[in-house]
Design a protein around this ligand. Structure first.
Ligand SMILES: Cc1ncc(COP(=O)(O)O)c(C=O)c1O
Length: 396
């Protein structure tokens, strides 16, 4: 079988020196990123402060436009922000939790950083958080989420794809139920955008957050917030700043919100991160999301097969419809095995309660999957993992 997506391998230098299976954490850097960063440096050096008027100020939205098509969104509907946690904080800060609409529905498997800001900020603003549990740590039953939405629900804030297990939530059904009951929906689509189709027009989600550093190969510091045109101008995020002002350079003492997605920004944007962010999403768009998703489904199925063949436990859905781009494998001594894989330049990550997460992307060859799982076997067999016992450091 010819894998036409492998033609993109040459765009990513790290693929020639490592087995790169960690695009669910940090996507490989495109070869052209240094050129984009050099552009930033040259503009800073040559234009100095004039660079703000030559495009820097608008970059959160011009770069957001590059992402918009990957979400099925239109131009001017996506703003770049520094991280997902702050994007979700902007959403929280824009809503009113006066009873009876005082409840936010979340799940037990949402990303902890997002949970922290809901638990701390939203509750301080008067919200009550209702958490929908998971039976197996892999999936959250969409029907349970739907049943949790009622006339007290202000917001349903859930992951599109769960970070530990890559389980794909039925977001269309959840958004429909929320709409019927008068609640808004905020989707954390970090593990969806770039590896599977996301369509805000179809789902009708009100807010979508994600970032370019994982599946979009755009580096850290560039995350995004989509706000549906239907709610965009009617809300006033309290997490705000001068980028959100109607006349930022008038330096007026009172806040007057801009119209459009600028309204959702706050302070000075992180310009270098936005330059670094441009190339990855462009390559992903050239590769095509439908082709990426088809390959991902095939390769994650192959990974499950390889794990089954060795009797390794799999922490992922076996239903391809509900399975995102990552397969977590729960081998014994998984943390130490993951370190041994890294020492062999097989780049993966480890998550407690999930195991070793393996994330093929459009540039991954089938041979690399075989190599990684065979290496896990060998590391266990030869007890190579013992070299890393007791050495708990930050695992990216
Ligand atoms: C689903 C999900 N949401 C959020 C984050 C991180 O958010 P932030 O950009 O605030 O660091 C991650 C990071 O891995 C994630 O997997």
């Amino acid at each position: 079988m010819i894998d036409s997506l492998l033609k993109f391998r040459g765009e990513f230098p790290i693929l020639s020196s490592t087995t790169y299976l960690v695009s669910n954490s940090l996507g490989a850097m495109p070869r052209a990123v240094p050129e984009r960063l050099a552009e930033y440096v040259d503009e800073w050096a040559e234009l100095g402060v004039r660079a703000w008027a030559r495009g820097w100020w608008e970059m959160p939205v011009t770069v957001g436009d590059e992402i918009a098509t990957l979400l099925g969104a239109g131009s001017g509907e996506v703003a770049m922000v520094a991280n997902v946690t702050s994007a979700q904080a902007a959403v929280i800060s824009a809503l009113d939790y006066t009873p009876p609409r005082d409840t936010i529905v979340m799940t037990a498997l949402d990303f902890p950083s997002v949970r922290y800001v809901y638990d701390r900020l939203a509750t301080r603003l008067g919200a009550r958080i209702k958490v929908v549990e998971s039976d197996d740590g892999i999936a959250v039953d969409a029907q349970r989420v739907i049943d949790a939405i009622d006339e007290r629900t202000r917001l349903v804030s859930i992951s599109h794809v769960l970070f530990r297990s890559a389980y794909v939530m039925d977001v269309d059904a959840i958004c429909r139920a929320a709409r019927e009951r008068g609640a808004l929906v905020s989707l954390d689509a970090f593990h969806a955008v770039g590896v599977m189709p996301v369509d805000v027009r179809r789902s009708g989600a009100d807010f979508v957050t994600g970032g370019v550093l994982k599946w979009l190969c755009g580096g850290p510091g560039a995350c995004f917030l989509y706000v549906a045109p239907s709610v965009r101008n009617g809300l006033e995020p309290a997490l705000t700043g001068w980028q959100a002002h109607a006349r930022p350079f008038a330096f007026e003492p009172e806040m007057e919100y801009a119209e459009g997605v600028f309204r959702w920004l706050n302070g000075t944007p992180v310009i270098p991160a936005l330059y670094a962010a441009i190339e990855g999403p462009r390559i992903v768009k050239r590769a095509g999301i439908a082709a990426i998703r088809a390959k991902s489904a095939r390769q994650t199925a192959r990974l499950i097969q390889l794990a089954d063949d060795r009797g390794f436990r799999v922490h992922a859905s076996r239903d391809p419809e509900r399975r995102g781009g990552t397969v977590a494998i729960r081998v014994p001594h998984a943390y130490e095995v993951s370190k041994a894989l890294l020492a062999r330049d097989i780049l993966v990550d480890y998550r407690p309660d999930a195991g070793i997460r393996i994330a093929p992307h459009f540039y991954t060859s089938d041979d690399e999957l075989e190599l990684a799982v065979a290496a896990m076997d060998e590391i266990l067999e030869r007890e190579e993992w013992k070299k890393f016992a007791g050495e708990r450091t930050v695992v990216t």
